[in-house]
Design a protein around this ligand. Structure first.
Ligand SMILES: Cc1ncc(COP(=O)(O)O)c(C=O)c1O
Length: 327
């Protein structure tokens, strides 16, 4: 294999343009798109591309942890924006102090959400874009779980809202709905100057993307609709199974609206999420992620992932039931 062009492959760029138009009614040009070897790295390099050390990034809490670690490594000041349970795990944008909004270079949000399992609405996205325009802050929208929504929630692209291309950059990965996490391929789309800045940083840090990953991604976008629909219905089945297993154990829960997670309060009298998860793995071999791994706001919660097959989930919940019953 030789190096691939830094700009990626025309086939994949064409497939992304066609996919956005087909799935979300959004017309893009190549200047609106940057290809990435995974969205974790791309989202981390946002800090270098869009801000200078000492400038402010507004980041959610709880959140996919690398938003925070990469902003701190890049020397940014991170402003903590709490996702509120009463708002369906959305932030109250009015709580962002004017002084923070004035200094912020970008606000990062992610729906369908890791770790809360929340999905968003057009109304919230419109409110977010309105706030961003008023304050001159770029929206970085991590749409990693773009098609994984349940019930009445439908897949949304922030770029489908009027004027969003001038206010937002949206990240998509092939790791989730397309089941291609190890292929390491993703892309971001939107605001042309922000995309140009991301392309420049990618050239400093990467020497192109592995050719088979580029080819596989184009095939996934062009021919993957059915596979995605199957994956989403599999997640929906697993969600139903876990809901009834949790009911069986008597562990209170909310229904995730999207993504692949349950965001559970600690059961019974438990107060320490780390100690609880440690005890659970030692006694049962079942791993839940302590909520505090996702930020201060996650304390007292645990994240249960439904990325394993249903029989594994059933076995895991069965073992948990025994331990919770015994404790
Ligand atoms: C919200 C969110 N964003 C980004 C990523 C990273 O995905 P990728 O495999 O593209 O690096 C993940 C992976 O878990 C995630 O949950």
């Amino acid at each position: 294999y030789s190096y691939t062009p830094y700009t990626g492959s025309p086939e994949l760029l064409g497939a992304i343009r066609a996919w956005y138009a087909r799935c979300f009614g959004v017309e893009l040009a190549d200047e609106n798109i940057v290809l990435l070897p995974g969205s974790k790295g791309g989202l981390s390099r946002v800090n270098l591309a869009l801000a200078d050390p000492g400038e402010v990034a507004i980041l959610p809490d709880p959140a996919f942890p690398s938003y925070w670690s990469s902003a701190l490594v890049a020397g940014l000041e991170a402003h903590r924006l709490v996702l509120e349970e009463e708002r369906g795990w959305h932030p109250d944008l009015a709580k962002i102090p004017a002084e923070v909004a004035r200094r912020a270079r970008f606000i990062l949000l992610n729906y369908p959400n890791n770790p809360t399992g929340a999905a968003t609405t057009e109304n919230f996205l419109a409110e977010l874009l309105d706030w961003a325009r008023r304050t001159g802050t770029l929206v970085v929208y991590d749409n990693a779980y773009q098609f994984i929504t349940f019930d009445d929630y439908r897949p949304l692209s922030i770029l489908s809202l009027p004027g969003a291309i001038e206010a937002a950059v949206e990240f998509h990965t092939f790791s989730k709905a397309y089941g291609m996490a190890g292929v390491r391929i993703a892309f971001a789309a939107g605001h042309p100057q922000a995309i140009a800045a991301l392309k420049k940083i990618e050239v400093y840090y990467q020497a192109g993307i592995f050719a088979p990953s580029l080819a596989a991604a184009a095939v996934a976008l062009n021919e993957g609709d059915r596979a995605v629909a199957e994956a989403v219905s599999l997640y929906a089945e697993r969600r139903e199974a876990v809901l009834s297993l949790l009911d069986g154990i008597g562990w209170p829960h909310e229904k995730p609206a999207g993504a692949t997670y349950f965001w559970l309060k600690l059961p019974g009298e438990e107060t320490d999420d780390v100690a609880f998860c440690r005890r659970l793995v030692e006694k049962t071999g079942v791993i839940l992620t302590p909520g505090s791994a996702f930020g201060e706001a996650g304390r007292g919660r645990v994240r249960l992932s439904i990325t394993q097959p249903r029989p594994v989930l059933e076995r895991a919940l069965g073992r948990m039931a025994e331990v919770l019953g015994r404790d």
